[in-house]
Write a protein that binds this ligand. Structure first.
Ligand SMILES: Nc1nc2c(ncn2[C@@H]2O[C@H](COP(=O)(O)OP(=O)(O)OP(=O)(O)O)[C@@H](O)[C@H]2O)c(=O)[nH]1
Ligand SMILES: [Zn+2]
Length: 368
C-alpha cells in the first residue's frame, strides 16, 4: 500500500511540507472513537492515535476537529508512548450536515470525499424533493454527485429511464446510472469512480440497496478477512469498526453512522419544508409563544377562518414535531436491528475463523 492508494495527492504533499521536518508522518483517519482515532499510514499500518492539545484548541468549532477521512500529521510513539495527531491538513471536500435548530452548527460526516453516490429507485423511493436535498448537501461538500436508479429489475425500462431523466434535469452535473445491485455486472459503471485513491461514499434511504452495492464492491472474501482481523485484533486494540476501507480493486470507501444520519435528517427537513408556508404565517402571530389554538391575534387561525388555509394541513402542522419524533424513533429502531444483525453475523464469522485456524477442531474427542 502507498499513500496515493489512500488518496494522497500533490496538494496534501505541499501542505505537509513543514511537518516532515518534525519527523511526523502523513496518516488518514479511518475511525473516530471519540477519544482516540484510527490513523492509517502509507505502509498500511493502523495506529490508535490521540489528538494533541493544540489541534483541539485551534479548532474554533467542532467541525474543525479531525474527522474520518481527514489527513493528519501523525507522531508515531515509541514503546509505551502514545501516537499523537499533531495537525490536520486542510480539507479538499467536506461532507457535513447542519444540526437542526442550531443552523450554524455543522457536523462533519466525512472529510475528503471525492464522490457521493446516492442510491434510489424508480418506484417507492423516488422523490425529486429528497434528491434535491441530497444534491444540496453534496454541492456544499464539494464532491461529485453520482446517482444510481437501482432495482432496475423491479420496474419497467421506461420507468427507470424516466426517473433517471428527471434526476438529470434536476442536476445536469450529476452522473445518473440505472443499476441492479443484485447483479454484479450491472455495477461495473461504478468502477470509473473507484480509481486509485479516489474516496467514495454511499447515501440513500433505508432499503434502496446501499449494502448490496457495498458488498458487491468489497467482494465476499475481502469483507470476511477484514472483519475477522478487526475482531481478533492482532495487537490493534480496535474498539470500533473501521469506517474507511481500501477497496480490493482500488478506491477508498467511507461508510459510517453519520451517513445514516444524513438520510434521517433529509427526511426531517422535507417534512418541515412541506409546512414552510404555515411556519411563515406563524411569525405573524401576535405572541411569540402562540399555540395557534384560542390565542389572541393568531395569524394561522385567522388564515383558516378566511378560508386560506386547509384545516387538514393545519392539523398536520400542529403534529409536525410529533411526526418528526416518530420518524426518528422508527429510524433508530431500524438502525438498532441492523446493528444487532451485523453483530450476529460477525460472531458467526469468528466461529468459522476459529475452526479454520484449528483444522482438527471437528476431530477432537468431546470431553464428557
Ligand atoms: N430486486 C432487487 N432487489 C435489490 C436490489 N438491490 C437491493 N435489493 C434488495 O433490497 C433489500 C434491501 O437492500 P439493502 O442493500 O439491504 O438496502 P440498504 O440501502 O443497505 O438498506 P439499509 O441498510 O436499511 O440502509 C435486500 O433484500 C436486497 O437484496 C436490486 O437491484 N434489485
Ligand atoms: Zn398562532
Amino acid at each position: 500500500m502507498t499513500l496515493s492508494d489512500l488518496g494522497w495527492n500533490a496538494v496534501f504533499e505541499e501542505a505537509f511540507g513543514p511537518f516532515y521536518k518534525a519527523g511526523w508522518v502523513p496518516a488518514r483517519l479511518t475511525r473516530d472513537n471519540k477519544i482516540t482515532y484510527g490513523a492509517l499510514t502509507g505502509d498500511g499500518d493502523e495506529y490508535e492515535a490521540v489528538m494533541c492539545g493544540k489541534v483541539y484548541h485551534d479548532a474554533e468549532t467542532d467541525a474543525e476537529l479531525p474527522a474520518v477521512g481527514d489527513w493528519v500529521a501523525l507522531e508515531v510513539g515509541g514503546e509505551d508512548a502514545e501516537h499523537v495527531i499533531r495537525a490536520r491538513l486542510p480539507r479538499q471536500t467536506c461532507l457535513s450536515r447542519k444540526m437542526a435548530g442550531k443552523s450554524t452548527e455543522e457536523q462533519v460526516i466525512a472529510a475528503n470525499v471525492d464522490v457521493v453516490v446516492v442510491v434510489t429507485d424508480a418506484g417507492t423511493d423516488f422523490s425529486l424533493r429528497r434528491m434535491e436535498r441530497y444534491f444540496t448537501i453534496i454541492a456544499r461538500s464539494g464532491a461529485k454527485a453520482v446517482v444510481l436508479v437501482n432495482k432496475s429489475d423491479l420496474y419497467e425500462k421506461e420507468d427507470n429511464e424516466a426517473a433517471a431523466e428527471e434526476i438529470r434535469a434536476l442536476n445536469p452535473a450529476a452522473d445518473v446510472h440505472i443499476t441492479c445491485a443484485t447483479k454484479k455486472r450491472s455495477l461495473a459503471v461504478l468502477r470509473q469512480y473507484l480509481t486509485k485513491g479516489r474516496t467514495v461514499t454511499l447515501i440513500g434511504s433505508s432499503g434502496v440497496g446501499k449494502s448490496s452495492v457495498l458488498n458487491q464492491l468489497l467482494g465476499d472474501e475481502y469483507q470476511w478477512v477484514d472483519e475477522v482481523n478487526e475482531l481478533t485484533g492482532k495487537g490493534r486494540h480496535t474498539t470500533t469498526a473501521r469506517e474507511l476501507i481500501i477497496l480490493p480493486k482500488g478506491g477508498v470507501l467511507i461508510d459510517n453512522p453519520g451517513i445514516k444520519e444524513v438520510q434521517m435528517w433529509t427526511n426531517e427537513v422535507i417534512l418541515r419544508e412541506g409546512f414552510a408556508d404555515i411556519e411563515a404565517l406563524s411569525l405573524q402571530c401576535q405572541f411569540g409563544d402562540c399555540k395557534h389554538g384560542k390565542d389572541k391575534g393568531c395569524a394561522i387561525r385567522a388564515a383558516m377562518e378566511a378560508g386560506e388555509l386547509d384545516a387538514g394541513r393545519m392539523e398536520g402542522f400542529l403534529k409536525l414535531d410529533e411526526e418528526i419524533e416518530k420518524l426518528r424513533r422508527s429510524q433508530k429502531k431500524r438502525q438498532m436491528t441492523v446493528e444487532r444483525r451485523s453483530k450476529r453475523e460477525l460472531q458467526a464469522r469468528v466461529r468459522v475463523y476459529e475452526k479454520r485456524r484449528d483444522p482438527d477442531h471437528e476431530l477432537e474427542p468431546r470431553e464428557r
